[in-house]
Design a binder for this molecule. Structure first.
Ligand SMILES: Cc1cc2nc3c(=O)[nH]c(=O)nc-3n(C[C@H](O)[C@H](O)[C@H](O)COP(=O)(O)OP(=O)(O)OC[C@H]3O[C@@H](n4cnc5c(N)ncnc54)[C@H](O)[C@@H]3O)c2cc1C
Length: 465
């Protein structure tokens, strides 16, 4: 039984990677810590449950990483994917700290495993959690419990008492009632607002109704909204998010990793007018997979179809939902409820534009089109061997980037630019500091781990009120 009448040094809101890293770090720094997880115990851990890997800089190969990934290379990758929309000082700080995180999470009980093969090609840059995100979380929860961190589940925070940048107390849901809890410092690690369709609708209009949410239904952005309303400075464009193309047959929430499609580079993608709309071979898949959610979101009715043929079915990870098949392009179109003549023309135009080359999906190969718009600049091969296959895809929203502005201590900044007295943030809720737009696989967990660890340590040091 957690005693809510006592005052804690550090209150952590959230129950995912960022929250647990913060809680462990604060506790190790000597603070008494309470974690409030809004979800029931079985669903603890938010989007972190669905993760597989984390991107960290390292100067040489490790037991599980196949080669070095320097700070400079990490920074360059981040620059490219964000188009420069990142806080350079903070991002470089995160990259530097990420080196240490590889060992630190192991000290907290997490185990690594070598990368899986397949289209993501992450064996050199990303470390994979042995047993996936849920196993990683279980290890962090166990460590937190052993260290004496108090944890409450089904404990959604409904309100925050903040006076001029000073956190005082939080009101949480307790059964049918409410309870107040006081703490000397706050770490907000309650995720983005991706599961709040009404909030998404404010920026995306009715299109948001067709979005599928890949992760937890509990990340409704309520803490973010409260903090912004109580004077914390916001960062990030509210329409920017990590969004991938996922199977249109996936559930509305929590479909997780297995609903994602990585077959784009092996075929073409058309909208419901059977028209192509983007270069399917623009860049290596780990650098481009995260743009396809937005691209599909911009298409009529927010739906698209990955079209390929039987020669490539074993080239990518097996999918949860089987492809829809037709013996001819016209038959496939009919099954997809697309205009058969329009799809036949799109495929024929594409096939006619394919140039000879040597196919290799692990490099920017020379298989490209000429004379078709949009071009497919790599991995272009004719779609000509029946059965013809398709996956219907919708935007799968992973997490949003609008967040609270922080400094290198993970300390929130107030609207007047002053640092908050005792309020820190980590994870998705502040991801927009690093990710103005775009994404490179594994950075979500880097943001949560690095800033979570810092936030916990700093919160313990600044347990003020
Ligand atoms: C399918 C999928 C796969 C992914 N794979 C990867 C990957 O392999 N690598 C990677 O780096 N990133 C990946 N991501 C992104 C990654 O999950 C996030 O970046 C990361 O987990 C964020 O951690 P967090 O602690 O900030 O948020 P979360 O883990 O989402 O935790 C937020 C927590 O806040 C709680 N909460 C929300 N509101 C309240 C409230 N009012 N009161 C109390 N608690 C509240 C939620 O219940 C939840 O526990 C993936 C995401 C998804 C959906």
């Amino acid at each position: 039984m957690v005693d809510l009448t006592r005052k804690f040094d550090v209150l952590v809101i959230g129950g995912g990677n960022a929250a647990l890293c913060a809680a462990i770090s604060a506790r190790r720094a000597g603070a008494s810590v309470l974690v409030l997880e809004g979800a029931p115990k079985f669903y603890r851990g938010g989007n972190t449950r669905h993760t597989r890997n984390m991107r960290c800089a390292h100067d040489s190969a490790t037991d599980i990483l196949t080669g070095p990934y320097t700070e400079e290379e990490f920074w360059n990758d981040l620059l490219v994917v964000t188009g420069g929309q990142t806080d350079e000082e903070l991002a470089k700080f995160m990259i530097r700290e990420s080196k240490d995180i590889l060992g630190w999470v192991v000290e907290q009980g997490v185990r690594w495993q070598p990368s899986l093969g397949g289209t993501l090609s992450l064996g050199r840059t990303n470390s994979f959690f042995l047993g996936g995100g849920r196993a990683m979380l279980n290890a962090l929860y166990l460590t937190a419990e052993k260290l004496g961190v108090d944890i409450l589940y089904d404990a959604e925070v409904l309100d925050l008492e903040i006076d001029n940048g000073m956190f005082l107390s939080a009101a949480l849901k307790q059964g049918d009632g409410r309870a107040d809890v006081r703490a000397s410092a706050l770490v907000a690690a309650a995720g983005g607002f991706e599961a709040n369709i009404e909030w998404l609708r404010e920026y995306w209009g009715e299109a948001a109704d067709n979005f599928l949410i890949r992760g937890t239904p509990y990340n409704r952005g309520s803490i973010l909204k409260m903090l912004l309303a109580k004077g914390v400075q916001e960062i990030g464009d509210p329409t920017q998010c990590h969004a991938v193309a996922i199977d249109a047959r996936a559930p509305k929430f929590d479909g997780g990793i297995i609903t994602r499609h990585d077959s784009v580079v092996f075929g073409i993608v058309v909208n419901n007018h059977a028209q192509r709309f983007y270069d399917e071979g623009e860049d290596i898949w780990p650098k481009r997979y995260a743009i396809w959610g937005r691209l599909v979101a911009a298409q009529p009715d927010q739906i698209a179809y990955i079209i390929f043929d039987s020669t490539v079915v074993t080239s990518f990870m097996p999918t949860l939902f089987p492809p829809i098949a037709g013996e001819s392009i016209a038959e496939l179109a009919a099954k997809l409820e697309l205009d058969p003549a329009a799809l036949e023309k799109t495929v024929a135009d594409f096939n006619a534009a394919v140039q000879p080359g040597t196919f290799d999906h692990t490099i920017l190969d020379d298989c490209r089109t000429e004379g078709v718009t949009p071009a497919k600049t790599h991995w272009a091969r004719r779609i000509e061997t029946a059965p013809y296959l398709a996956y219907p895809v919708r935007p799968g929203i992973t997490f949003t980037y609008l967040g609270t502005r922080v400094n290198k201590q993970s300390r929130m900044l107030m609207k007047d630019g002053k640092p908050a007295a005792n309020m820190f943030a980590a994870g998705e809720i502040m991801a927009g500091n690093v990710l103005g737009k775009g994404y490179a696989a594994g950075i979500g967990m880097t943001i949560g781990s690095v800033f979570g660890r810092v936030a916990g340590r700093e919160a313990a040091k600044n347990a003020k009120n």
